[in-house]
Design a protein around this ligand. Structure first.
Ligand SMILES: Cc1cc2nc3c(=O)[nH]c(=O)nc-3n(C[C@H](O)[C@H](O)[C@H](O)COP(=O)(O)OP(=O)(O)OC[C@H]3O[C@@H](n4cnc5c(N)ncnc54)[C@H](O)[C@@H]3O)c2cc1C
Length: 452
């Protein structure tokens, strides 16, 4: 039997959140170790997808080190605005100037580099297999054997993503824990390009008829396609086969839905696309994010959202900051996780409400219509000074600044209050003119091994 680990914190998952929290705790003088199921952290942006790191996420990165913040900014590109198109028409512009466009892989690799520089041990090829709440033992599937870790004297930080095995163990073994998961209605996959076109401005992120075109790095464009699960016309986008028929359908799809991006995409990319990874996901809402003084769920494991919120990695990075603030205040004690939970849970509940609303808006026609009416009425309200700014302004727009980062509770509550007087009317009109869309069901793409 192995002796209890000497690390104060065991981090499961070397994603952006696992790396960030490990670095911050190490900086505070706590011995930390990471276990990761993959064999390495992949730096290639083309293995992932574009993301926006906003001042909330950058604040945590800066707390790790100012040099790291400069690196993340330099490897990305400042987003001046999001432009949203329906057909050929631009229907909305959200100015930013606060958020950096980069990729999940780029941010993860930058954070991982800091972990390495600090000498924090990372055990690759260690996939969590079992975690036992009674004995406080953890079993990993390592390359050719099982590794048992006695974690009775350590705290466990579960940063193992939206299909978290730790969260599943809590659901099975803890009577006081529950989680609600809502599968995303779309599965995402990107095309990449190293060319430029005058039709697309590198400082703008485009939402074009359900696709997303953005600079993934100063030299790379990404065009992210969302395959709607309930739309049989999108089934081909989920295929892994580069058949002539699929290649032709993909070209036609891009030409119809994202004509601005056509000049970007090299011929070979229409074939390479089918070997690229696709990303499914789910909205995760937990009734609490800790188990006693032993386990804390963080990042997507605790509160996976939806890409359209733009808050996945940013909220997870904020978790790391909040935990380290709590540790600085109360120390590494049996109360640490309960204090964290009490401080964080209202924000995570608010984030969950926003994520569910946004996610549903990607596939439910009735909600799309209701949302469109609500936005139009609120837009008129803003023009005459009767409504406040849209919530996005406080998330990744012009109103989030280093000295003005509102909590998710504040942002979401303001937004709910804005919508309240309009929503009943908008829902009634939407009900009259649209049919209810059935909820999407999980598929093979949701297998945990396929999770990002
Ligand atoms: C298409 C798309 C667009 C997005 N856009 C944005 C955006 O613009 N802004 C934003 O903030 N967020 C965005 N996100 C979300 C963001 O990528 C995630 O919220 C973020 O990566 C979560 O970080 P994490 O560290 O919690 O989890 P993950 O990134 O999922 O990392 C989890 C880590 O745990 C490891 N792991 C998993 N299971 C085990 C196991 N059993 N044992 C050991 N290790 C394990 C994984 O290999 C991985 O390294 C987007 C997501 C998608 C899919």
């Amino acid at each position: 039997m192995a002796a209890p680990t000497e690390a104060a914190f065991i981090v499961i998952g070397a994603g952006p959140v696992g790396c960030a929290v490990a670095s911050l705790l190490h900086k505070q003088g706590h011995q930390t170790v990471i276990y990761e199921r993959l064999s390495h952290i992949e730096p290639n942006p083309e293995t992932s997808y574009p993301i926006g790191v906003n001042p909330r996420g950058l604040r945590t990165i800066r707390q790790i080190s100012e040099g790291l913040e400069s690196k993340v900014k330099a490897e990305g590109l400042l987003v001046q605005a999001w432009e949203i198109y329906a057909g050929k028409f631009k229907v909305a512009t959200l100015r930013s100037g606060s958020t950096y466009g980069t990729t999940r892989a780029g941010v993860n690799y930058a954070l991982y580099t800091d972990v390495v520089e600090r000498g924090i041990p990372v055990h690759f090829n260690h996939k969590l297999k079992r975690i036992d709440l009674q004995s406080r033992k953890i079993v990993f599937d390592a390359s050719s054997n099982e590794v048992e870790v006695d974690a009775s004297k350590a705290k466990v930080l579960a940063c193992d993503g939206c299909y978290s095995s730790v969260r599943k163990a809590l659901e099975e073994q803890s009577a006081s824990f529950s989680a609600q998961v809502t599968v995303w209605g779309s599965v995402y996959r990107a095309l990449f390009s190293q060319t430029e076109t005058p039709k697309l401005d590198p400082a703008i992120h485009y939402v074009l008829n359900g696709t997303y075109a953005a600079k993934a790095s100063p030299s790379t464009w990404a065009v992210v396609l969302g395959a709607l699960r309930h739309d049989r016309d999108h089934d081909f986008l989920l295929s892994a086969d580069a058949t002539d028929e699929n290649v032709a359908r993909l070209k036609a799809y891009i030409a119809q839905n994202v004509p601005k991006a056509v000049p970007l995409i090299p011929e070979q990319e229409y074939t390479d696309f089918w070997a690229r990874r696709s990303f499914a996901g789910q909205v995760v809402q937990c009734n609490q994010v800790h188990h006693d003084d032993w386990i804390l769920l963080m990042g997507d494991a605790a509160h996976s959202v939806h890409p359209s919120t733009g808050e996945g990695v940013n909220s997870g990075l904020e978790d790391a900051k909040v935990l380290c603030d709590v540790v600085a205040e109360v120390g590494n004690t049996p109360e640490t996780f309960a204090v964290y939970n009490a401080r964080r849970i209202a924000d995570l509940e608010a984030l969950g409400r926003l994520a569910l609303y946004n996610e549903r808006g990607t596939w439910d026609k009735r909600q799309k219509v209701a949302g469109g009416i609500t936005n139009a009425v609120l837009g008129i309200g803003r023009a005459i000074g009767a409504s406040g700014p849209p919530k996005e302004e406080y998330m990744f727009g012009t109103l989030i600044r280093d000295d003005n980062i509102l909590s998710y509770s504040e942002i979401v509550t303001k937004w709910e209050q804005q919508m309240k007087p309009v929503q009943g009317f908008a829902n009634s009109v939407a009900k009259l003119c649209t049919k209810q869309t059935p909820s999407p069901q999980p598929s093979d793409h949701d297998a945990p091994g396929k999770a990002r």
